[in-house]
Design a protein around this ligand. Sequence first.
Ligand code: ARG
Length: 495
Amino acid sequence: MSSPQKNKHSQSAGSQSVGSSGSSNSGSSSQKTKAWSGVFTEGTDRRVELFTESISIDRRLYAVDIRGSIAHAQMLRDIEILSEEEFHQIEEGLLEIRRRIEENKFPFNIEFEDIHMHIEHALIEMIGDVGRKLHTARSRNDQVVTDLRLWIREAIDRIDRRLVDLQAAFVGRCDDDFDVILPGYTHMQRAQPVIASHIWLAYCEKFERDRQRLHDCRSRVNILGLGAAALAGTSIPIDRTKTAEYLGFEQIAANSLDVSSDRDFVLETAFCLVEIAIHLSTLAEEWILWSTSEFNFIRLPQAFCTGSSIMPQKVNPDVLELIRGKTARVVGNLQTLLVLTKGLPLAYNRDLQEDKPPIFDSFDTMEAVLMLAAPLVEGAVLNRESIVGRLDRGYLDATILMEYLILQGVPQRTAHEIVGRLVRLAMERDVPLVKLPLKEFHEIYEGFDYNIFSILGAANAVAAMKSYGSTAPNQVRLQIDFWKKKIDRAYRELR
Ligand code: ARG
């Protein structure tokens, strides 16, 4: 066989575009440049090369592709398909290719379609016929799955670390903000008072479930596909246990057809990222509202805001708005993957090449979002005076007053009615409940006594809370201590 011809128009890894060997959009390349050229008598139409290439997207798999190939070669040496010397040649060649890619000295060209073909082609050019042995007992179908699993595994670990940073940012605020009471809302209407730190820890809980989901998902990502070959396995007596060990996979996929066709690990990961994005979009929405003049609860760090080109007074919460906005594309990426895989028959279909743009984009987006979220959470300042100044609005203590009556033996429905009438009266007078004289309380219900003044008002209402997980100061304090330890442990355990 003749060696594949070198391409004149190839470009380096550093450039944005990927070379094609002709400026016109038609014509065809020599079929001899293709790894699969044997059966072909015609070259590939240039337009087909442009249409089918994935190197512009999957070049970022280069490091995991090389890692996977070295492990595969190691296993081939173990089963004596490769000699020790051949393995070393392959390993050194692959490491040299990795260096060249990292130094932007590696030519990328759409004639070689994807990262797998590029690396193999370069290896053969570099070390000759020994390089032609690397693809033994392997297909691009199990190769691409292995690369993607390795890549996602690493990316999950990066996201996980950033989630801990974000939780740490919230926990780091809890002591300082412990004495701040904020109105809690349901239906965006003032509901009951809550300690600010209780809100921060609500987000920690959400991000903790996101971490757990990622960990759980990681166990289904961390499975060796290599060895499935194209779809049916191989007659070559490979040792998949070895390959799994070399690549740190916890399990070995048991069905070659499943390996070749399965992308549910990609979908599941994409969903985990969606949930993080959605949690962050809630935070973004709340803080955008809180930073308005109307709420005036929070001052966002100016380094995380931008101005207006026409209205000189504006300090806009663009970072939060984009965090909220970027949720859309992460949700869209999951949708793309769901539609992409729906109805695909077993086993590999080229459609599956379209899995990479959405999953890469979801990871890129969420890494960027999380990188900004933690310092933003650290840097925001609660406007205490403004919060306190309006805390007596909205009858935040009405529910605690109702519960006070219940504890006196009044049936809940009756207590609800009594307090409802009191609130109506207070509304008519435009005063908080605590400003009504006891005489007025008695007109509605005779059983009220002076003790009600020890539970009325936002601070008293919070202090009267008792249940586990509530905003009671002692409960929140317990949770803060729990979270401080948890964060310390998380940092120690991070991969
Ligand atoms: N670039 C392809 C992908 O990402 C690699 C697998 C191609 N396999 C094949 N038989 N054409 O899915």
